[in-house]
Design a protein around this ligand. Structure first.
Ligand code: ISJ
Length: 140
């Protein structure tokens, strides 16, 4: 049912959309982004992608700052086995999932993005803690 799909996509009710026929007339529905100045977005896929590019540039900067602290964490780990902390990983992922509804972030996005952030961070730390010469190159 559509409520099952809503659960999967968002974990909260979504506005109703046209039936998933193969040929919806586009753009269907009304713009869903409302700016404070009373205007709305978006009226083209290009306009949407410009906004996504701006946000992605911000995310990359934030990920870089996060990675610098992840690198720092290795200074407090003496062996490769100390790097991965599954209970802390779960705490971080659950924290993101729990915070998601309050900022209207779909919980499935929070969960999967955070799994990716944690998995890549653990690999990055393992790369740093490994003492092979190549790690000098590929962890930087
Ligand atoms: C950064 C750490 O190392 C790993 C990476 C984590 C992260 O990216 O948040 C969390 C736990 C560890 O698996 C840490 O121990 O806090």
């Amino acid at each position: 049912s559509s409520s099952d799909l809503s659960d999967k996509c968002y974990f909260v009710p979504l506005p109703s959309i046209p039936p998933s026929t193969a040929n919806r007339t586009v753009p269907w529905g009304e713009p869903t982004i409302h700016y404070a100045n009373g205007t709305t977005c978006c009226s083209s896929l290009d306009e949407i992608r410009e906004n996504l590019d701006t946000i992605d540039a911000q995310l990359v900067k934030l990920l870089s700052t996060r990675a610098s602290y992840v690198r720092e964490a290795t200074r407090f780990k003496s062996t490769l086995a100390d790097v991965n902390d599954p209970s802390r990983n779960q705490q971080v992922i659950q924290g993101a999932v729990d915070a998601a509804p309050s900022v209207h972030l779909p919980q499935i996005v929070a969960e999967i993005v955070y799994e990716g952030i944690i998995n890549s961070s653990v690999l990055f730390e393992e790369c740093i803690v490994s003492t092979t010469p190549i790690s000098e190159v590929i962890c930087s």
